[in-house]
Design a protein around this ligand. Structure first.
Ligand code: FAD
Length: 450
């Protein structure tokens, strides 16, 4: 009988796995269960729908179950939650959320792509109307409706990671005054302090009230909605007025099914998998944000939940589950976020991470225009981190009004292929004054040790 693949979760990783499995096998029976109503959406675009830069949510959810059936002959069952796994019997129990009925389905290969959920801190008032997370199109629809249906003048964003900052930018652009409350000492706390301090400055330049090293004690309000956020302790703090609160303090893997199946969870708290996405339970695989990856430089387990990685992991496991040989090569956690007028990007190890991993670290900074000033070039700051002994490039961070995106990708590529700092100077990069300088900022990084 044909190979029967069941996928749980239908956003980035689950849909890539299903699509690749179908490309490899014309005969496999592929079913995807998704408890939500939206599938295969761009979670990464949600802040821009809230801000209005993306006009309709349909633009972020271009594919539905009918599209998958027609294009890939994959059965996507939305509104269906997998509530149990019996790995010995190779079966799952599924609840149809519309009817409440449950049924069992069997599999030859089970791919868990259950993703993450937003962390909701146990704060008084966290369930008040007007307090939102940003995870799904439903969240984004609710936030946009909230800001369009009432005069929202002030918002508090709790958490200054990239999602909090994207929301801050988009709400500010809607004319909302935003206060950001971050428990750590800087915005973008995954970056090195010398870089994240510049993100703080950019936020303040745009009149964001940035409260660093600050804690939310409670969210205040009543039935008609949130009215403020108490920052600091109950007896020593102040209440920031707010008619909208965004909680963006991080995410956690949805591990319930994995735990039921008896799968080992790795040291990062996500599902441990091999380079093809296999867990340690036979015929159970895990992909995307719910699964652990490994750092391309150190080889250590790493968990950086990103859509870019989720897509790759899905494709690799879709291939492997149908007999293919694709293998995951590890991650650098390469990422980028627009914060008002600058792009903030990073790849590989930060200085702090490199030191923690035991490297004798060399730090190289340069600030160069991304193009000649006569064509509007603006300064681009690159911080590179290298191993002093070997010169090997370990990581880079870049902040600038333009051109940070391509430099970070060049640097990520160089790190992937094991480049030394000095190798960067020799890269044959494209030059025209409309796009770059004769010696590119990446070349200057490569000259820093001369
Ligand atoms: P998820 O997207 O979490 O999907 C998992 C799905 O599984 C969910 O739909 C869930 O309902 C379903 N599910 C879970 N349990 C069950 C069950 N028992 N039964 C049935 N269904 C179940 N990444 C980037 O790389 N760049 C960005 O710029 C970026 N921006 C982002 C901005 C925002 C606002 C958000 C929220 C995320 C952003 N990301 C970004 C991250 C990216 O969206 C995620 O990495 C990606 O969605 C992960 O895909 P996934 O398929 O692994 O998991």
């Amino acid at each position: 009988s044909p190979l029967k693949i069941v996928v749980v979760g239908s956003v980035a990783a689950g849909t890539s796995a299903a699509a690749k499995a179908r490309r490899n096998s014309e005969t496999a029976r592929i079913t995807v269960y998704e408890r939500d109503r939206d599938i295969s959406y761009s979670g990464c675009g949600l802040p821009y729908f809230v801000g209005g830069e993306v006009e309709t949510i349909d633009e972020l959810t271009p594919r539905d179950a009918a599209w998958f059936k027609a294009r890939y002959d994959v059965d996507v069952r939305t509104g269906h939650e997998v509530v149990a796994v019996d790995a010995a019997a190779q079966s799952v129990t599924v609840r149809d959320l519309a009817t409440g009925n449950t049924f069992d389905d069997t599999y030859d290969e089970l791919i868990l792509a259950t993703g993450v959920r937003s962390v909701v801190p146990p704060l008084p008032g966290v369930d008040l109307p007007g307090v939102f997370r940003v995870r799904t199109p439903s969240d984004a629809r609710a936030i946009r409706a909230w800001v369009e249906e009432r005069p929202v003048r002030r918002a508090v964003v709790i958490g200054a990671g990239y999602i909090g900052l994207e929301m801050t930018e988009q709400l500010t652009e809607r004319g909302v005054e935003v206060t950001v409350v971050e428990a750590l000492e800087h915005a973008m706390p995954r970056m090195d302090v010398d870089m994240s301090a510049r993100v703080d400055a950019e936020l303040r330049k745009h009149d964001v009230d940035l409260r660093l090293g600050a804690r939310v004690a409670a969210i205040e309000g009543g039935e008609s909605g949130v009215t403020g956020v108490r920052v600091g302790s109950a007896d020593d703090g102040d209440t920031v007025p707010a008619d909208l609160v965004i909680v963006s303090v991080g995410v956690r893997p949805n591990l319930e099914l994995a735990e039921q199946a008896g799968v080992t969870i790795g040291p990062t708290g996500a599902i441990a998998v091999d380079r093809q996405g296999r867990t340690d339970v036979a015929h159970v695989w895990a992909v995307g944000d719910v699964a652990e990856s490994f750092n391309l430089i150190t080889g250590e387990p790493a968990w950086v939940p990103l859509g870019s990685t989720a897509n790759k992991m899905g494709r690799i496991t879709g291939d492997a589950a149908t007999g293919g040989t694709l293998e995951h090569r590890g991650i650098l956690g390469t990422s980028i976020v627009r914060v008002f007028d600058v792009a903030v990007a990073q790849t590989g190890l930060t200085e702090d991470q490199a030191r923690a991993a035991g490297y004798d670290v060399e730090v190289l900074h340069n600030i160069k225009p991304d193009r000649p000033e006569y064509l509007g070039g603006e300064s681009l700051l690159i911080k590179a981190v290298a191993d002093r002994g070997s010169g090997r490039l370990l990581g880079a961070q870049a902040i600038g009004a333009s051109g940070a995106d391509k430099r970070i990708d060049v640097l990520a590529t160089a790190i992937t292929y094991g480049a030394d700092v000095a190798d960067l100077f020799h890269l044959d990069l494209a030059y025209s004054p409309t796009y770059a300088t004769t010696k590119d900022p990446v070349h200057y990084t490569g000259m820093a040790l001369d």
